[in-house]
Design a protein around this ligand. Structure first.
Ligand SMILES: [Zn+2]
Length: 213
Protein backbone atom coordinates (compact mmCIF):
# COMPACT_ATOMS: atom_id res chain seq x y z
CA UNK A 1 0.00 0.00 0.00
CA UNK A 2 2.73 2.37 1.01
CA UNK A 3 4.74 1.51 -2.07
CA UNK A 4 1.76 2.03 -4.35
CA UNK A 5 1.11 5.42 -2.74
CA UNK A 6 4.76 6.37 -3.18
CA UNK A 7 4.69 5.41 -6.84
CA UNK A 8 1.48 7.34 -7.41
CA UNK A 9 2.94 10.41 -5.73
CA UNK A 10 6.11 10.02 -7.73
CA UNK A 11 4.04 10.06 -10.90
CA UNK A 12 2.17 13.13 -9.74
CA UNK A 13 5.09 15.11 -8.37
CA UNK A 14 8.34 13.45 -9.23
CA UNK A 15 8.28 11.98 -12.69
CA UNK A 16 11.46 10.43 -13.94
CA UNK A 17 14.94 11.87 -13.75
CA UNK A 18 16.13 13.52 -16.96
CA UNK A 19 12.98 12.81 -18.97
CA UNK A 20 11.29 15.25 -21.31
CA UNK A 21 8.21 14.91 -19.11
CA UNK A 22 10.02 15.55 -15.84
CA UNK A 23 8.13 17.76 -13.40
CA UNK A 24 9.50 21.22 -12.60
CA UNK A 25 10.84 19.93 -9.26
CA UNK A 26 12.62 17.05 -10.97
CA UNK A 27 13.97 19.37 -13.63
CA UNK A 28 15.42 21.57 -10.89
CA UNK A 29 16.93 18.52 -9.19
CA UNK A 30 18.51 17.34 -12.45
CA UNK A 31 19.91 20.80 -13.21
CA UNK A 32 21.13 20.99 -9.63
CA UNK A 33 23.08 17.73 -9.88
CA UNK A 34 24.63 18.88 -13.18
CA UNK A 35 25.60 22.16 -11.51
CA UNK A 36 27.08 20.40 -8.48
CA UNK A 37 29.11 18.12 -10.74
CA UNK A 38 30.50 21.11 -12.56
CA UNK A 39 31.34 23.08 -9.42
CA UNK A 40 32.80 20.15 -7.49
CA UNK A 41 34.36 18.20 -10.39
CA UNK A 42 32.82 15.04 -8.97
CA UNK A 43 29.96 12.79 -10.14
CA UNK A 44 26.62 13.69 -8.57
CA UNK A 45 23.98 11.06 -9.28
CA UNK A 46 20.66 12.19 -10.71
CA UNK A 47 18.17 10.69 -8.27
CA UNK A 48 14.42 10.74 -8.71
CA UNK A 49 12.52 12.90 -6.26
CA UNK A 50 9.59 11.21 -4.55
CA UNK A 51 7.28 13.42 -2.49
CA UNK A 52 5.54 11.34 0.11
CA UNK A 53 4.37 11.74 3.63
CA UNK A 54 5.14 8.14 4.42
CA UNK A 55 8.82 7.77 3.69
CA UNK A 56 10.43 4.40 3.27
CA UNK A 57 13.25 5.44 5.54
CA UNK A 58 10.95 6.24 8.44
CA UNK A 59 9.82 2.64 8.51
CA UNK A 60 13.36 1.35 8.12
CA UNK A 61 14.62 3.59 10.91
CA UNK A 62 11.63 3.11 13.19
CA UNK A 63 10.79 6.81 13.12
CA UNK A 64 7.35 8.32 13.36
CA UNK A 65 5.72 9.49 10.11
CA UNK A 66 6.71 13.01 9.15
CA UNK A 67 9.65 13.22 11.55
CA UNK A 68 12.20 13.19 8.71
CA UNK A 69 12.19 15.99 6.14
CA UNK A 70 14.02 14.16 3.40
CA UNK A 71 15.86 10.90 3.01
CA UNK A 72 18.12 9.33 0.43
CA UNK A 73 19.18 5.99 1.87
CA UNK A 74 18.54 2.48 0.57
CA UNK A 75 17.12 3.70 -2.73
CA UNK A 76 18.01 5.54 -5.95
CA UNK A 77 15.39 8.10 -4.92
CA UNK A 78 15.31 11.11 -2.69
CA UNK A 79 12.19 11.01 -0.56
CA UNK A 80 10.84 14.36 0.57
CA UNK A 81 7.86 15.56 2.52
CA UNK A 82 5.24 17.11 0.23
CA UNK A 83 5.60 20.68 1.52
CA UNK A 84 9.15 20.78 0.20
CA UNK A 85 7.69 20.41 -3.31
CA UNK A 86 6.38 23.96 -3.10
CA UNK A 87 9.78 25.26 -2.11
CA UNK A 88 11.40 23.62 -5.12
CA UNK A 89 8.82 24.81 -7.63
CA UNK A 90 8.05 28.30 -6.26
CA UNK A 91 11.44 29.74 -5.68
CA UNK A 92 10.14 32.97 -4.22
CA UNK A 93 8.11 31.05 -1.60
CA UNK A 94 8.96 30.99 2.08
CA UNK A 95 10.00 27.34 1.84
CA UNK A 96 12.36 27.80 -1.11
CA UNK A 97 15.50 28.39 0.90
CA UNK A 98 15.17 25.36 3.12
CA UNK A 99 14.00 23.16 0.22
CA UNK A 100 17.06 24.18 -1.81
CA UNK A 101 19.39 23.47 1.09
CA UNK A 102 17.84 20.05 1.64
CA UNK A 103 17.99 19.17 -2.06
CA UNK A 104 21.71 19.97 -2.26
CA UNK A 105 22.44 18.06 0.95
CA UNK A 106 20.60 14.93 -0.19
CA UNK A 107 22.15 15.03 -3.66
CA UNK A 108 25.66 15.12 -2.19
CA UNK A 109 25.17 12.12 0.12
CA UNK A 110 27.19 9.00 -0.59
CA UNK A 111 24.85 6.22 0.61
CA UNK A 112 27.43 3.47 0.33
CA UNK A 113 29.61 5.11 2.98
CA UNK A 114 27.04 4.70 5.76
CA UNK A 115 28.01 1.15 6.65
CA UNK A 116 29.31 0.99 10.20
CA UNK A 117 32.49 -0.96 10.91
CA UNK A 118 32.73 -3.46 13.76
CA UNK A 119 34.22 -1.84 16.85
CA UNK A 120 33.39 1.74 15.88
CA UNK A 121 31.45 3.88 18.34
CA UNK A 122 27.72 3.77 17.54
CA UNK A 123 26.69 6.37 15.02
CA UNK A 124 30.24 7.28 13.97
CA UNK A 125 29.81 6.41 10.28
CA UNK A 126 26.57 8.34 10.05
CA UNK A 127 27.93 11.35 11.94
CA UNK A 128 30.93 11.56 9.62
CA UNK A 129 28.79 11.10 6.51
CA UNK A 130 26.35 13.80 7.65
CA UNK A 131 29.16 16.13 8.68
CA UNK A 132 31.03 15.76 5.39
CA UNK A 133 27.85 16.05 3.32
CA UNK A 134 26.55 19.13 5.09
CA UNK A 135 29.97 20.82 5.28
CA UNK A 136 30.42 20.48 1.51
CA UNK A 137 26.79 21.50 0.95
CA UNK A 138 27.40 24.69 2.92
CA UNK A 139 30.56 25.33 0.90
CA UNK A 140 28.63 25.28 -2.39
CA UNK A 141 25.30 26.76 -1.25
CA UNK A 142 26.17 30.43 -1.91
CA UNK A 143 26.98 29.56 -5.56
CA UNK A 144 23.93 27.29 -5.80
CA UNK A 145 21.60 30.03 -4.55
CA UNK A 146 23.11 32.60 -6.89
CA UNK A 147 22.34 30.21 -9.73
CA UNK A 148 18.92 28.81 -8.77
CA UNK A 149 17.29 31.09 -6.22
CA UNK A 150 19.01 34.48 -6.25
CA UNK A 151 16.31 36.12 -4.15
CA UNK A 152 16.95 33.72 -1.26
CA UNK A 153 19.56 34.07 1.47
CA UNK A 154 21.53 30.82 1.63
CA UNK A 155 22.51 31.32 5.24
CA UNK A 156 19.04 31.95 6.61
CA UNK A 157 17.73 28.45 7.17
CA UNK A 158 18.74 26.25 10.06
CA UNK A 159 18.95 22.63 9.03
CA UNK A 160 20.99 20.76 11.61
CA UNK A 161 24.16 18.71 11.90
CA UNK A 162 25.99 21.67 13.42
CA UNK A 163 28.20 19.48 15.64
CA UNK A 164 28.99 17.09 12.78
CA UNK A 165 29.87 19.99 10.46
CA UNK A 166 32.00 21.63 13.13
CA UNK A 167 33.98 18.41 13.60
CA UNK A 168 34.66 18.07 9.86
CA UNK A 169 35.63 21.73 9.53
CA UNK A 170 38.04 21.44 12.45
CA UNK A 171 39.60 18.28 10.98
CA UNK A 172 39.95 19.96 7.56
CA UNK A 173 41.63 22.98 9.14
CA UNK A 174 44.10 20.92 11.15
CA UNK A 175 44.92 18.35 8.45
CA UNK A 176 45.70 21.09 5.93
CA UNK A 177 47.53 23.28 8.45
CA UNK A 178 45.11 26.11 7.71
CA UNK A 179 44.52 29.09 9.94
CA UNK A 180 40.75 28.75 9.52
CA UNK A 181 38.38 26.18 8.02
CA UNK A 182 37.55 28.63 5.22
CA UNK A 183 40.83 28.28 3.30
CA UNK A 184 40.87 26.79 -0.18
CA UNK A 185 43.00 23.87 1.03
CA UNK A 186 40.54 23.00 3.83
CA UNK A 187 37.61 23.27 1.46
CA UNK A 188 39.27 20.99 -1.08
CA UNK A 189 40.07 18.46 1.65
CA UNK A 190 36.38 18.34 2.68
CA UNK A 191 35.22 17.92 -0.89
CA UNK A 192 37.82 15.32 -1.84
CA UNK A 193 37.17 13.33 1.34
CA UNK A 194 33.40 13.26 0.76
CA UNK A 195 33.83 11.79 -2.72
CA UNK A 196 36.55 9.24 -1.95
CA UNK A 197 35.63 5.57 -2.30
CA UNK A 198 34.40 4.50 1.14
CA UNK A 199 37.38 2.33 2.12
CA UNK A 200 39.77 5.09 1.17
CA UNK A 201 37.66 7.66 2.98
CA UNK A 202 37.94 5.64 6.18
CA UNK A 203 41.74 5.61 5.84
CA UNK A 204 41.83 9.40 5.49
CA UNK A 205 39.36 9.99 8.33
CA UNK A 206 40.98 7.46 10.69
CA UNK A 207 44.31 9.17 10.13
CA UNK A 208 42.85 12.63 10.70
CA UNK A 209 40.87 11.60 13.79
CA UNK A 210 43.89 9.68 15.15
CA UNK A 211 46.04 12.79 14.91
CA UNK A 212 43.60 15.54 15.73
CA UNK A 213 40.58 13.93 17.45
ZN1 LIG B 1 21.91 13.82 5.53
Amino acid sequence: MRLRAAILLALIFGGTASGATASPAQQLADRSSTFLERVLHQPVEKRTLVFTQQMEAETALGLSPGSVLAEYRHTPHIYMLPWLHRGLTHRASADAGLAGRILVHEQLHQPKCLAARPGDPPGLARALEEGLTEAVAQDVLPAWFRRFAPTQDATMWAWGYDDEVERIRTLSRKVTGSRTWRTRAARIWRKDTLFLPCAQRWVVLDQAIGRFG
